[in-house]
Design a protein around this ligand. Structure first.
Ligand code: SF4
Ligand code: SF4
Length: 199
């Protein structure tokens, strides 16, 4: 079942996800090769997806966000195929107009997502597969703060308990990671929350 987040829950998520991933501004790593803008803040590279109720919540707070208007046939197809009953594509006014308190869940968790076992238990955090070669943090996993990993873990636990579609999605993407790592004979680049570390 997919429950609708309340405003209180959304604000709780934003509070948990307020901490930057690295002790430095990681945008400085990727901006030089992306026209001076952080790679993940360009809609050409990644179109943000917001929960429908999150979009309504942010619209009440600010005019930072609007529904994404695809221009090309390919983008129109993507919007039609990928938007869902719980998620929609949106676009912010751009990095020059970013409002830190009104960044979306997606802005705050990028480039990480939960890695789950087949039963849906979170085993750690992992890079979004489509961005592993695009975000320079993939080569700097040690720079990602443990406290930020721990807070993202808390967020994902709360969120996945409320959205079964997201739970199913991440069970599936995690399976994909396991298959590709096994094929290549490599270890999964997992970030482990303190709570799950073996003592
Ligand atoms: S998360 Fe990755 S892509 Fe986004 S600003 Fe930081 S280094 Fe760049
Ligand atoms: S709201 Fe801010 S962090 Fe999010 S995509 Fe826009 S510029 Fe980047």
């Amino acid at each position: 079942m997919n429950s609708v987040f309340t405003e209180t829950e959304l604000q709780q998520y934003y509070d948990l996800l307020d901490e930057s991933l690295t002790p430095y501004d990681c945008g400085k790593l990727c901006s030089p090769s992306n026209g001076g803008e952080p790679f993940c803040c360009s809609v050409e590279n990644a179109v943000p997806m917001l929960y429908r109720e999150e979009f309504r919540y942010l619209q009440r707070r600010s005019d930072l966000w609007a529904r994404w208007k695809p221009k090309t046939a390919r983008d129109k197809k993507q919007k039609k195929e990928d938007e869902s009953p719980i998620l929609i594509f949106c676009e912010c006014k751009g990095v020059a107009h970013c409002e830190r308190p009104n960044r979306s869940v997606g802005c705050r968790t990028f480039p990480l997502e939960p890695f789950l076992d087949a039963e849906g238990n979170i085993l750690g955090l992992i890079f979004m597969r489509e961005f592993t070669n695009k975000c320079p943090l993939m080569g700097r996993l040690k720079d990602i703060k443990q406290s930020a990993i721990d807070k993202q873990y808390e967020f994902w636990k709360l969120m996945l308990a409320k959205k079964s579609d997201e739970l199913d999605l991440y069970i599936s993407t995690s399976k994909g990671w396991r298959i590709s790592a096994a094929k290549r004979g490599v270890k999964l680049p997992l970030l482990i929350p303190t709570q799950l570390k073996k003592t």
